[in-house]
Design a protein around this ligand. Sequence first.
Ligand SMILES: [Zn+2]
Length: 421
Amino acid sequence: MIRAGATPVNPLIQGSNPASIKQTNLATALRIIRRGGASRADISRQSHLSRGGLTPIINELLSQRLIVECESVETDSGRPPVLLRLNGRYAKVISVLWIRDQVAVALVGIDGGVQYHWQHAFQGGERAQDVIDMIVAEIGRILARERDCLLLGIMAQAPGPLDARGGVILNPSNFNGWQNIPLADILTERFGLNVFLENNLVGCTVAEQHFGYGRDIPDFIYIVVDEGIGAGFVLGGQLYQGKSRQISEVGHISLDIHGEKCSCGNTGCAEMYVTVPAMCRLGLCLPATETRDWDASLLEVLRRLEHGDAACRRALEREVEYLGSLIVTLINIFDIDTVILGSSITAAREQLQAPLTRYVSERISARPMLEPHIYFSRVQRSSIIGGALRMFDLYIDGHLGTYAQLLERSETTLRAFAPQG
Ligand SMILES: [Zn+2]
């Protein structure tokens, strides 16, 4: 579990173990500041620590260069207070995204700012080793360019199933035959930085929590709908991760127990009706074996819909029914009113939002006490950005070691990869 932006923060504490209290207070101040900047008065108010008690905490974060003082906020009376913000120009994360059709490597500040972004669309025929070589080369180029900065580490993301603890990509479906790739070990050995591997839905969910409709909402469900379906849950302001740290397999919730057999062994799974290919196959009358550019196909379905195409109308209706049923099930389980849809399906926001909201509103058990809100994400590059934010969460929660250890590791790596001469 991680704590992040919308988390109700623990008050700063004073007690008998100075080292751990200091760590807790530094973390609490960072959690408040990362919500878009805060003045010393804001932090004092939210943390219940006196201004005097807060001063050494803020001074330490300033000396660590994790935060900076910046532009003042206009107020009606008196001198405007100085705003403290995260220092994304100094503290950074290397974010790696390896998905079915492309690989990307980016340098992202802890404030979520993308400072450099490289990507390669797969042409077909690449071996797993070729992709690893590309990632390693690109990270090497980033390290050679960076000077005076603190690298928290490398956050790699890939489709599931993966072994998050062991840092191994297992055997994702439609993953070009690539499987059992110990990516975290490979990158750790090469670069000596902290390396984590997560399902790419983790990054999407965390980015939504900080920059999207999930901002300041303690409980929401984020559902990705593209060639597959997956869901991330933020409960009580924290990303929920199950025991095996797999992402929730909502795509294999059975919506028709008399339906066709799914590859997972279940029957009539959501994935067989709700994915973008399933919707396009119905709308464009394509055979079940057809594969093509599904994002372009969805746009074609939406174009035909405008001209009153009956098959496309039916495809949209089925999407509302089946995706709606899935959302009703999830809302009934979690008693949550906010659902955010992400990835390819967002192209159909205009066509889906109203009928989907109506469908869900009429069927959830908690009506009329609970009014569901269904949003379509607008966050761009969410996995890449969210991956970096997630790494910063891990730092705040103490999973990356102390600041001094992190700085030493970062400097050692930067020295090793600095251009000669
Ligand atoms: Zn299934």
